[in-house]
Write a new protein. Structure first.
Length: 189
């Protein structure tokens, strides 16, 4: 049985746990390096990316998480959770995992009051359309050549995959649709 580790320093980690329960996947909350033992996949939830990265550093999680990802453990980063994965962050020089070959711009879709939901066309055979919830969403402004773009919204890439890493600009866990979580689980199988 697959066990998901969900970074639980702040943000919407409980919503991811709820999505995983609906598809019978066990999850544990990750707050310190010892919590990483026994997990098979990692989820970096949305929230506030600067706070998330500072807390990852403070609690000694950055290096162990980076090692697990570089060793091939599947990781899902949603909304602000994709920011620590990015190799580059515009206008910021912050610690992070820096494992995915993308550059991101924080809050690129506007402030909280400009949040929106929309259908997104994907190239994923299991679900050609998915509902995206964009809340102060980041945007990828550069995509490395080994990064596959799986979906665009208004010409902007919003779902990306590179090796064992899956990232998106929106919150799939805020809908009742669990197909993205199921797709992510296949990366472990």
């Amino acid at each position: 049985m697959t066990t998901a580790g969900i970074l639980a320093l702040q943000g919407d980690f409980k919503k991811h746990a709820s999505s995983l329960r609906r598809i019978d996947v066990a999850s544990v909350e990750i707050r310190e390096p010892g919590d990483l033992r026994g997990i098979d996949i990692i989820i970096l939830p949305g929230g506030e990316s600067t706070t998330m990265k500072k807390l990852m550093e403070r609690f000694g999680l950055t290096a162990p998480l980076r090692s697990l990802i570089e060793e091939g453990m599947p990781v899902l980063g949603t909304c602000a959770g994709m920011i620590p994965l990015a190799r580059e962050i515009e206008c910021r020089d912050q610690p992070g995992l820096k494992t995915m070959d993308i550059r991101v711009r924080r809050n690129a879709y506007g402030p909280q009051i400009e949040s929106f939901e929309t259908d997104i066309q994907t190239t994923i055979a299991d679900f050609p359309v998915v509902r995206g919830v964009f809340i102060r969403a980041p945007m990828a402004t550069r995509i490395g050549r080994n990064v596959e773009v799986l979906a665009y919204h208004q010409g902007r890439p919003v779902i990306f995959r590179e090796k064992n890493m899956l990232a998106m600009s929106f919150h799939p866990e805020l809908t009742d649709d669990t197909r993205i979580h199921r797709y992510f689980l296949k990366m472990h199988a």
